[in-house]
Design a protein around this ligand. Structure first.
Ligand SMILES: Cc1cc2nc3c(=O)[nH]c(=O)nc-3n(C[C@H](O)[C@H](O)[C@H](O)COP(=O)(O)O)c2cc1C
Length: 149
C-alpha cells in the first residue's frame, strides 16, 4: 500500500481554549483509525505543527478538510512525500504542547515562524521534520484529559 506523509504548519486562532484542543483530538481519535491515518500534533506558542500519514487515496481530501478548519489559518504544507514505513505507527494522533522556554521548543518555534513567513530552506524543513520525529513515542501531555474533565 502506498503511504503518504504530510507535514504542515499553521497559525492557531488566537482565542482557542483547552476545549478546542480536546475537540480536535476527539475528532482525530474517531476519524483517523477508520481512514488508516496516524500522526502527531504539536502546539507551540500559537502555532500548530502536524504530521499525518496514511493511504495515498485518503490524504489529499483529509488534508483539505483539516486546512479548511476555522480553528487555524495560514496552513502551509512543507512536506508531502511517499514513505515506506510510518513514523507514528501507534498513534491515531499524538498531541504535545511544547514550551518555547525549553531549547527544543524554542527551535521548533523559530522554524515554524520562518515557515509561516515562507522563509524555510530545504535543510530547515528536514530539521523540522526530525524535530517532530523526536516526539515519536513521547506520551501525550494529559492536556486533553484535563480539558474534557
Ligand atoms: C490543527 C488541526 C488538526 C486537526 N487534525 C485532525 C485529524 O488529525 N483528524 C481529524 O479527523 N480531524 C482533525 N482536525 C479537525 C478537522 O478539521 C475537522 O473538524 C474534523 O475532522 C471533523 O470531523 P468530525 O465531524 O468527526 O469531528 C484538525 C483540526 C485542526 C485545527
Amino acid at each position: 500500500m502506498s503511504l503518504i506523509q504530510l507535514l504542515y504548519v499553521s497559525a492557531a486562532r488566537a482565542d482557542l481554549q483547552e476545549r478546542d484542543f480536546a475537540d480536535i483530538l476527539t475528532s482525530a481519535r474517531n476519524n483517523n483509525p477508520r481512514l488508516g491515518v496516524t500522526g502527531m500534533l504539536l502546539f507551540v506558542n500559537g502555532t500548530f505543527l502536524q504530521v499525518i500519514e496514511g493511504p495515498h487515496m485518503h490524504m489529499d481530501n483529509f488534508f483539505r478538510r483539516i486546512s479548511a478548519d476555522p480553528r487555524h489559518s495560514a496552513v502551509q504544507c512543507l512536506v508531502r512525500e511517499e514513505i515506506s514505513a510510518r513514523h507514528f505507527p501507534d498513534r491515531s494522533l499524538g498531541f504535545r504542547q511544547i514550551e518555547v522556554s525549553d531549547a527544543q521548543g524554542a527551535r521548533v518555534f523559530a522554524l515554524t515562524q520562518s515557515a509561516l513567513r515562507n522563509r524555510l530552506g530545504a535543510s530547515d524543513v528536514e530539521a523540522l521534520s526530525s524535530l517532530v520525529d523526536s516526539f515519536r513515542g513521547v506520551n501525550d501531555a494529559n492536556f486533553a484529559n484535563k480539558a474534557s474533565a
